[in-house]
Ligand binder design. Structure first.
Ligand code: SF4
Length: 239
């Protein structure tokens, strides 16, 4: 897809609904489309909508080996409920192997490298063979996501990235979840608005942005899979 076409679609999609965008993506990319989700609420809304569009679209989730048990339970429940083609993408190293090669608790000393090993490289490998992927990014999640385009070229993964919910708010997504009686991560009820690895996720304060509990006090707010290439190149390790 040419950059000019992407730009045209990006403008058109500003006034389209997520359902319309997902329908377009499914028709345009067919079996070369993947959904990537960590089972936050926007991802769950995506999976629910896709049930009416293309229910067997592959679903990739980054199973770092360090997820909360609550997240694992939710993944199992949604896999069964929606009969998902769920692919749990694992890093090449277990946490123990990583500790052997890079030292214990790498996420405390060098979280960028840890995310690179456990998330960025595995996603890049898993997306080989797909032409486009759907993400649950929203503009209201953090200042770093405020300009998220609904469709863009993803140079890191040589793919097209589609964020159908980019201009939805957290409130709208929760409304959707409750209206459709969808399950969600129980940790949301005890102050965790955004949930990643248990090692790097804390509850957030009432007035904090929704990703403030991720890598709290480490000066990091993104794992790297959504950052442009140059921003993480200096941390890159060989795949
Ligand atoms: S979120 Fe933390 S533990 Fe998980 S991959 Fe990133 S740095 Fe490592």
């Amino acid at each position: 897809m040419l950059n000019a076409q992407i730009q045209t679609y990006a403008e058109q999609f500003e006034t389209a609904s997520p359902f319309e965008i997902l329908t377009w993506a499914s028709l345009r990319f067919g079996d070369k489309l993947a959904i990537v989700t960590s089972f936050q609420v926007t991802g769950i809304a995506t999976l629910h909508m896709m049930q009416r569009i293309a229910p067997r679209t592959p679903v990739l989730t980054l199973d770092t080996g360090l997820l909360f048990p609550e997240t694992q339970d939710l993944m199992d429940a949604l896999e069964a409920r929606f009969n998902l083609d769920l692919r749990r993408v694992k890093p090449r190293q277990t946490p123990a192997q990583q500790a052997r090669d890079y030292g214990d608790r790498l996420w405390e000393r060098n979280p960028d490298r840890c995310c690179h090993i456990r998330k960025t490289i595995p996603l890049r490998d898993a997306l080989v063979g797909f032409e486009a992927w759907v993400t649950g990014l929203r503009r209201d999640q953090s200042p770093s996501r405020a300009a998220t385009p609904i469709i863009s070229r993803d140079a890191r993964n040589r793919s097209i990235k589609i964020a159908p919910f980019a201009n939805w708010t957290e409130e709208t997504v929760w409304q959707y979840i409750h209206e459709h009686d969808l399950p969600y991560n129980r940790l949301h009820d005890i102050g965790y608005p955004s949930i990643g690895c248990w090692t790097c996720t804390k509850a957030a304060g009432e007035d904090d942005h929704r990703r403030s509990g991720r890598w709290a006090n480490q000066g990091k707010i993104e794992c790297g899979i959504h950052l442009p290439l140059p921003a993480v190149a200096e941390h890159a390790v060989e795949a």
